[in-house]
Design a protein. Sequence first.
Length: 137
Amino acid sequence: MVPRGSRYAQLGIAPEATAAEVRAATDRYVARLKAAGASDDAIAEAHALSLEKPDARAAYDAEHPPLALLRLEPAWDGVFDDRATSLAALRRELERFLLDAGEVVHHPDDTTRTDFTADFRPTPLLDGERPGDRIHE
């Protein structure tokens, strides 16, 4: 279904028409305009918007989407555009799933852990010690 006010409807073609079909339809449209006694400006305007060129056609389609009310908007989350961020989100979700299932989750380092209750090792940087302090001997 082609909206009535579109260039495709004006030419009598489908939006997926080939460049050759667009060219032939444009020639027929210009011939109809000339037969109807259209002005030179109207004929020049008919030639101005050439849908046979891929760039011009893409620009026209972007400006005049068919059935704009039914167009689907992108629904993906931007977090998955970055590989590192998406892997971190995937690890977090897998960890949550495994913990909920009662499984033990291996943490290769402290950056993926969320539970530090069993960690009794003193860490000078985190415990507020300065280099040279000797509290833990």
